[in-house]
Design a binder for this molecule. Structure first.
Ligand code: IPE
Ligand code: IPE
Ligand code: MG
Length: 243
Protein backbone atom coordinates (compact mmCIF):
# COMPACT_ATOMS: atom_id res chain seq x y z
CA UNK A 1 0.00 0.00 0.00
CA UNK A 2 1.20 3.51 -0.79
CA UNK A 3 1.36 5.09 2.63
CA UNK A 4 2.45 8.54 1.61
CA UNK A 5 -0.42 9.68 -0.58
CA UNK A 6 -4.16 9.39 -0.53
CA UNK A 7 -5.64 9.44 -4.00
CA UNK A 8 -8.78 11.53 -4.03
CA UNK A 9 -10.99 9.41 -6.25
CA UNK A 10 -13.69 12.05 -6.65
CA UNK A 11 -11.31 14.75 -7.89
CA UNK A 12 -8.75 12.46 -9.44
CA UNK A 13 -5.98 14.50 -7.83
CA UNK A 14 -3.20 13.58 -5.48
CA UNK A 15 -4.56 14.76 -2.17
CA UNK A 16 -2.88 15.51 1.15
CA UNK A 17 0.29 13.76 2.04
CA UNK A 18 0.08 11.73 5.20
CA UNK A 19 3.08 12.27 7.48
CA UNK A 20 5.27 9.17 7.57
CA UNK A 21 6.59 9.87 11.05
CA UNK A 22 4.41 11.39 13.76
CA UNK A 23 5.50 12.27 17.30
CA UNK A 24 3.10 12.98 20.13
CA UNK A 25 3.66 14.66 23.48
CA UNK A 26 0.91 12.92 25.44
CA UNK A 27 0.10 15.65 27.95
CA UNK A 28 -2.87 16.50 30.18
CA UNK A 29 -3.48 13.31 32.15
CA UNK A 30 -3.30 15.15 35.48
CA UNK A 31 -5.76 17.84 34.42
CA UNK A 32 -8.11 15.21 32.99
CA UNK A 33 -8.14 13.44 36.36
CA UNK A 34 -8.46 16.53 38.51
CA UNK A 35 -11.36 17.83 36.40
CA UNK A 36 -13.18 14.65 37.43
CA UNK A 37 -12.06 14.63 41.05
CA UNK A 38 -10.05 11.46 40.36
CA UNK A 39 -6.52 10.60 41.48
CA UNK A 40 -3.83 11.42 38.93
CA UNK A 41 -3.19 7.69 38.44
CA UNK A 42 -6.61 7.39 36.81
CA UNK A 43 -5.63 10.06 34.31
CA UNK A 44 -2.51 8.12 33.42
CA UNK A 45 -4.52 4.88 33.13
CA UNK A 46 -7.03 6.53 30.82
CA UNK A 47 -4.06 7.82 28.85
CA UNK A 48 -3.04 4.27 27.99
CA UNK A 49 -6.47 3.73 26.43
CA UNK A 50 -5.93 6.84 24.33
CA UNK A 51 -2.58 5.42 23.24
CA UNK A 52 -4.24 2.22 22.09
CA UNK A 53 -6.86 4.16 20.08
CA UNK A 54 -4.24 6.44 18.60
CA UNK A 55 -1.95 3.62 17.48
CA UNK A 56 -4.89 1.92 15.76
CA UNK A 57 -5.89 5.22 14.13
CA UNK A 58 -2.30 5.75 12.99
CA UNK A 59 -2.30 2.35 11.28
CA UNK A 60 -5.59 3.22 9.56
CA UNK A 61 -4.20 6.58 8.45
CA UNK A 62 -1.16 4.98 6.83
CA UNK A 63 1.41 6.46 9.23
CA UNK A 64 4.50 4.25 9.37
CA UNK A 65 6.30 5.52 12.48
CA UNK A 66 4.82 6.86 15.70
CA UNK A 67 6.85 8.16 18.66
CA UNK A 68 5.10 8.93 21.91
CA UNK A 69 6.49 10.73 24.94
CA UNK A 70 5.52 8.71 28.00
CA UNK A 71 8.03 9.71 30.70
CA UNK A 72 10.65 12.43 30.55
CA UNK A 73 14.00 12.66 32.30
CA UNK A 74 12.41 15.54 34.24
CA UNK A 75 9.36 13.52 35.30
CA UNK A 76 11.49 11.79 37.98
CA UNK A 77 11.00 15.01 39.96
CA UNK A 78 7.31 14.20 40.49
CA UNK A 79 6.09 12.77 43.82
CA UNK A 80 7.49 9.25 44.28
CA UNK A 81 4.04 7.62 44.39
CA UNK A 82 3.20 9.13 40.97
CA UNK A 83 6.53 7.96 39.54
CA UNK A 84 5.88 4.48 40.92
CA UNK A 85 2.40 4.49 39.39
CA UNK A 86 3.81 5.49 36.01
CA UNK A 87 6.23 2.52 36.13
CA UNK A 88 3.33 0.20 37.00
CA UNK A 89 1.19 1.63 34.23
CA UNK A 90 3.94 1.07 31.67
CA UNK A 91 4.17 -2.50 32.91
CA UNK A 92 0.38 -2.97 32.61
CA UNK A 93 0.48 -1.49 29.14
CA UNK A 94 3.22 -3.93 28.12
CA UNK A 95 1.12 -6.80 29.50
CA UNK A 96 -2.23 -5.75 28.10
CA UNK A 97 -2.35 -3.20 25.28
CA UNK A 98 0.89 -3.82 23.45
CA UNK A 99 0.39 -7.56 22.80
CA UNK A 100 -2.97 -6.70 21.20
CA UNK A 101 -1.20 -4.13 19.08
CA UNK A 102 1.45 -6.72 18.21
CA UNK A 103 -1.33 -8.86 16.77
CA UNK A 104 -2.02 -5.93 14.47
CA UNK A 105 1.61 -5.85 13.36
CA UNK A 106 2.94 -3.11 15.67
CA UNK A 107 6.64 -3.29 16.39
CA UNK A 108 7.33 -1.60 19.73
CA UNK A 109 10.65 -0.16 20.82
CA UNK A 110 11.60 2.05 23.73
CA UNK A 111 13.88 5.04 23.52
CA UNK A 112 15.54 6.69 26.47
CA UNK A 113 17.74 5.72 29.37
CA UNK A 114 17.31 2.12 30.40
CA UNK A 115 19.63 2.17 33.44
CA UNK A 116 17.29 3.96 35.87
CA UNK A 117 14.17 1.93 35.13
CA UNK A 118 13.59 -0.85 37.71
CA UNK A 119 15.08 -4.18 36.59
CA UNK A 120 11.74 -6.03 36.49
CA UNK A 121 10.36 -3.40 34.12
CA UNK A 122 13.48 -3.31 31.95
CA UNK A 123 13.11 -7.06 31.43
CA UNK A 124 9.54 -6.57 30.21
CA UNK A 125 10.63 -3.78 27.88
CA UNK A 126 13.40 -5.93 26.41
CA UNK A 127 11.05 -8.90 26.03
CA UNK A 128 8.40 -6.90 24.17
CA UNK A 129 11.01 -5.46 21.81
CA UNK A 130 12.27 -8.98 21.06
CA UNK A 131 8.74 -10.34 20.66
CA UNK A 132 7.71 -7.70 18.12
CA UNK A 133 11.04 -7.30 16.30
CA UNK A 134 9.82 -8.87 13.06
CA UNK A 135 6.56 -6.90 12.81
CA UNK A 136 6.23 -4.12 10.28
CA UNK A 137 2.72 -2.65 10.04
CA UNK A 138 3.71 0.28 12.23
CA UNK A 139 6.85 1.20 14.15
CA UNK A 140 5.98 2.45 17.61
CA UNK A 141 8.63 4.08 19.77
CA UNK A 142 7.78 4.78 23.39
CA UNK A 143 10.02 7.51 24.79
CA UNK A 144 10.50 6.54 28.44
CA UNK A 145 13.05 8.17 30.73
CA UNK A 146 13.71 10.16 27.61
CA UNK A 147 15.17 13.64 27.33
CA UNK A 148 16.39 15.28 24.13
CA UNK A 149 19.40 16.76 25.91
CA UNK A 150 20.29 13.43 27.54
CA UNK A 151 20.06 11.80 24.11
CA UNK A 152 22.50 14.32 22.61
CA UNK A 153 24.89 13.82 25.53
CA UNK A 154 24.62 10.05 24.98
CA UNK A 155 25.47 10.49 21.29
CA UNK A 156 28.40 12.78 22.09
CA UNK A 157 29.78 10.26 24.57
CA UNK A 158 29.54 7.52 22.01
CA UNK A 159 31.46 9.60 19.49
CA UNK A 160 34.26 9.84 22.04
CA UNK A 161 34.10 6.16 23.02
CA UNK A 162 34.16 5.19 19.33
CA UNK A 163 37.27 7.31 18.87
CA UNK A 164 35.74 9.46 16.14
CA UNK A 165 38.14 12.28 15.30
CA UNK A 166 36.91 15.87 15.39
CA UNK A 167 37.09 16.11 11.59
CA UNK A 168 34.88 13.04 11.22
CA UNK A 169 32.13 14.41 13.45
CA UNK A 170 29.30 15.42 11.17
CA UNK A 171 25.51 15.19 11.28
CA UNK A 172 25.45 11.59 10.09
CA UNK A 173 28.05 10.52 12.67
CA UNK A 174 25.98 12.05 15.46
CA UNK A 175 22.61 10.84 14.16
CA UNK A 176 23.92 7.27 14.03
CA UNK A 177 24.58 7.46 17.76
CA UNK A 178 21.18 8.66 18.92
CA UNK A 179 18.98 6.26 20.92
CA UNK A 180 17.04 5.12 17.85
CA UNK A 181 19.07 5.75 14.68
CA UNK A 182 16.39 3.97 12.61
CA UNK A 183 13.78 6.53 13.63
CA UNK A 184 13.02 8.73 10.60
CA UNK A 185 12.92 12.53 10.79
CA UNK A 186 9.72 13.62 12.48
CA UNK A 187 7.23 15.08 9.99
CA UNK A 188 4.49 16.06 12.42
CA UNK A 189 4.80 16.75 16.15
CA UNK A 190 1.55 16.97 18.08
CA UNK A 191 1.22 18.18 21.67
CA UNK A 192 -2.03 17.79 23.55
CA UNK A 193 -3.47 19.77 26.46
CA UNK A 194 -2.87 23.28 25.19
CA UNK A 195 0.76 23.63 26.30
CA UNK A 196 2.90 25.36 23.69
CA UNK A 197 6.33 23.89 24.30
CA UNK A 198 8.59 21.00 23.39
CA UNK A 199 9.58 19.98 26.95
CA UNK A 200 12.87 18.40 25.87
CA UNK A 201 11.35 15.99 23.30
CA UNK A 202 13.22 14.95 20.12
CA UNK A 203 15.41 18.05 19.93
CA UNK A 204 17.39 16.59 17.04
CA UNK A 205 14.79 14.50 15.23
CA UNK A 206 12.08 17.17 15.17
CA UNK A 207 14.33 19.90 13.74
CA UNK A 208 11.97 20.43 10.79
CA UNK A 209 8.79 18.88 12.14
CA UNK A 210 5.51 20.67 11.61
CA UNK A 211 4.06 21.51 15.02
CA UNK A 212 0.39 21.07 15.86
CA UNK A 213 -0.98 21.96 19.29
CA UNK A 214 -4.40 20.87 20.41
CA UNK A 215 -6.35 21.71 23.57
CA UNK A 216 -7.62 18.13 23.83
CA UNK A 217 -6.33 16.47 26.99
CA UNK A 218 -4.44 13.26 26.19
CA UNK A 219 -7.00 10.85 27.75
CA UNK A 220 -9.65 12.31 25.41
CA UNK A 221 -7.45 12.04 22.30
CA UNK A 222 -8.51 9.69 19.55
CA UNK A 223 -8.96 9.11 15.85
CA UNK A 224 -10.71 12.43 15.15
CA UNK A 225 -7.94 14.39 16.82
CA UNK A 226 -5.27 12.52 14.90
CA UNK A 227 -7.15 13.09 11.66
CA UNK A 228 -7.47 16.80 12.47
CA UNK A 229 -3.72 17.05 13.08
CA UNK A 230 -2.99 15.25 9.80
CA UNK A 231 -5.38 17.59 7.97
CA UNK A 232 -3.58 20.60 9.43
CA UNK A 233 -0.23 19.11 8.42
CA UNK A 234 -1.50 18.62 4.88
CA UNK A 235 -2.01 22.39 4.55
CA UNK A 236 1.48 23.30 5.66
CA UNK A 237 4.15 24.37 3.17
CA UNK A 238 7.39 22.69 4.23
CA UNK A 239 10.41 24.56 3.02
CA UNK A 240 13.36 23.10 4.94
CA UNK A 241 15.08 26.44 4.62
CA UNK A 242 14.71 26.64 0.85
CA UNK A 243 12.54 28.89 -1.34
C1 IPE B 1 1.31 13.64 30.83
O1 IPE B 1 0.32 14.10 31.67
C2 IPE B 1 1.93 12.36 31.34
C3 IPE B 1 3.29 12.54 31.87
C4 IPE B 1 3.98 13.63 31.85
C5 IPE B 1 3.91 11.37 32.48
P1 IPE B 1 0.61 15.04 32.91
O2 IPE B 1 0.69 14.19 34.13
O3 IPE B 1 1.77 15.92 32.67
O4 IPE B 1 -0.73 15.89 32.93
P2 IPE B 1 -0.89 17.41 33.35
O5 IPE B 1 0.03 18.21 32.46
O6 IPE B 1 -0.46 17.50 34.79
O7 IPE B 1 -2.32 17.72 33.14
C1 IPE C 1 6.05 16.31 28.88
O1 IPE C 1 5.00 16.66 29.69
C2 IPE C 1 6.48 14.91 29.16
C3 IPE C 1 5.51 13.87 28.79
C4 IPE C 1 4.37 14.06 28.19
C5 IPE C 1 5.92 12.53 29.10
P1 IPE C 1 5.21 17.42 31.08
O2 IPE C 1 3.86 17.63 31.66
O3 IPE C 1 6.21 16.70 31.90
O4 IPE C 1 5.87 18.79 30.59
P2 IPE C 1 5.87 20.24 31.25
O5 IPE C 1 6.36 20.07 32.64
O6 IPE C 1 4.46 20.73 31.21
O7 IPE C 1 6.76 21.04 30.37
MG1 MG D 1 1.92 17.77 31.82
Amino acid sequence: MDTTRHEDAALGTAAPIVPACVAIIMDGNGRWASARGLPVAEGHREGTRALRRTVEAAIDAGISSLVVYAFSTENWSRPSDEVETLMEILSETIDRELPDLARQGVRTRFMGRRDRVPGWLREKMDALEALTAELDTLDLWIAFDYGGRAELVHAARRLVVDGVSADAVDEDALAERLYAPELPEVDLLVRTSGELRISNFLLWEAAYAELVFTDTLWPDFGEDDLQAAIAEYAHRARRFGGR
